[in-house]
Design a protein around this ligand. Structure first.
Ligand code: KG4
Ligand code: ZN
Length: 350
């Protein structure tokens, strides 16, 4: 069976063609095509994603990328058996473009269209192995349950318990800003470009490498709150006050601040995940979402998983940010009902 996947929840127009089969009762996949078209350069001048602009770009790019992926994958549209499309969460004007494109195509080809939760995509996207070879089929990485998933992206920060694939319970989430959003906002305060996560991370890494003296101190919000809730807006405000106090900020102070900010979010993230591990005793830890591209955070999760002798899965290069492969795998992995006329749901939860 070939599944076409479509992702347009934010500023990436992404399409994937995935072939799947069951061999001796085991699910296998191979990637026939996977395209991520980023709109970042267009949104950069606004310092963030501008929803109506994202919508316009998705509408323009979807038909072009659809033709491109069929050609690249040497696949005829008649071979597509079903379509998986992100229903939410995300920016509604952007989500609608993918949904309407999928529904129209589904009707034309007479195939089911399956609505997918973007966050479930981020979880299963971390279970894909390294090689994306077009020739061989691959198995998903084996998950022992119960598992914990930690989702860290531009819109989400949540710890999720999984009893099996498809069954999720959110144990704790942010009460205000998401972690990626905090990176982006702090980056903007420092005059860095959007998306801010990679920019802050570069400065923080430089500060560590050159051993810049630690002078700036930021709070670790909710560190001792005895629950699995996060809050990052106070941290952002603390950065704002620090910047006001410093006045003209030197390059060295910028590096110090970026490192201290990254340390603060990492410490809170790891401490909450540690509490969740101790409470729930998971056998597998899965991390998903754009922020896990951050090297410092990756290393901290590796250390934590080692200390608890727990299997850790994080997305491979190129799959931590939004992509359609992670959406397609969700649609392909188990029989899911196609649905007619479903709507975009900007606040959809797991
Ligand atoms: O999952 P994603 O691509 O989109 C959403 O679903 O939100 O995540 C995007 C977020 C942005 O906030 C971006 O700044 C952040 O991931 N990000 C990073 C890094 N790379 C991307 N944050 C920290 N360090 C990074 N290296
Ligand atoms: Zn995402």
């Amino acid at each position: 069976m070939i599944t076409l996947g479509i992702e347009t929840s934010c500023d990436e127009t992404a399409l994937c063609l995935l072939e799947t089969q069951e061999k001796d009762g085991v699910f296998e996949y191979r990637v026939l095509g996977n395209i991520v078209h980023s709109q970042i350069d267009i949104h950069k001048e606004y310092g963030g994603v501008f929803p109506m602009l994202a919508k316009r770009e998705h509408i323009k790019n979807l038909p072009i990328l659809y033709e491109k992926i069929l050609q690249e994958a040497r696949t005829s549209e008649k071979q597509i058996g079903k379509i998986a499309v992100t229903r939410g969460p995300g920016l509604e004007p952007a989500l609608w473009t993918g949904i309407l494109f999928a529904q129209e195509l589904g009707k034309k080809l007479g195939i089911p269209v399956i609505p997918i939760n973007h966050m479930e995509g981020h979880i299963l996207g971390s279970l894909l192995s390294k090689s994306e070879s077009h020739i061989e089929f691959h198995k998903l990485l084996p998950v022992e349950f119960p598992a914990l998933a930690v989702l860290i992206s531009g819109g989400h920060t949540e710890i999720v318990k999984m009893e099996k694939i498809g069954e999720y319970k959110v144990l704790g989430a942010t009460v205000d800003d998401a972690i990626g959003e905090a990176f982006d906002k702090v980056a903007r305060m420092l005059g860095l470009t959007y998306p801010g996560g990679p920019e802050i991370s570069k400065l923080a890494e430089k500060a560590r490498k050159s051993n810049i003296e630690k002078k700036i101190k930021l709070p670790r919000p909710m560190l001792h709150s005895k629950d699995l809730k996060f809050s990052f807006s106070g941290l952002k405000t603390a950065v704002l006050y620090t910047l006001r106090e410093l006045g003209d900020i030197s390059d060295e102070q910028k590096l110090d601040l970026a490192r201290e900010f990254e340390d603060a979010v990492t410490e809170v993230l790891i401490s909450k995940t540690k509490s969740a591990i101790e409470e729930e005793g998971p056998k597998t830890l899965i991390i998903g979402g754009g922020v896990i591209a951050n090297k410092h955070i990756r290393l901290a999760f590796e250390k934590l998983a080692n200390e608890h002798s727990i299997t850790l899965y994080m997305p491979v290069n190129g799959l931590s940010g939004d992509n359609a492969l992670m959406i397609t795998i969700v649609g392909a992995i188990k029989p899911r009902e196609g649905s007619l006329g479903f709507k975009a749901e900007g606040n959809l939860s797991l």
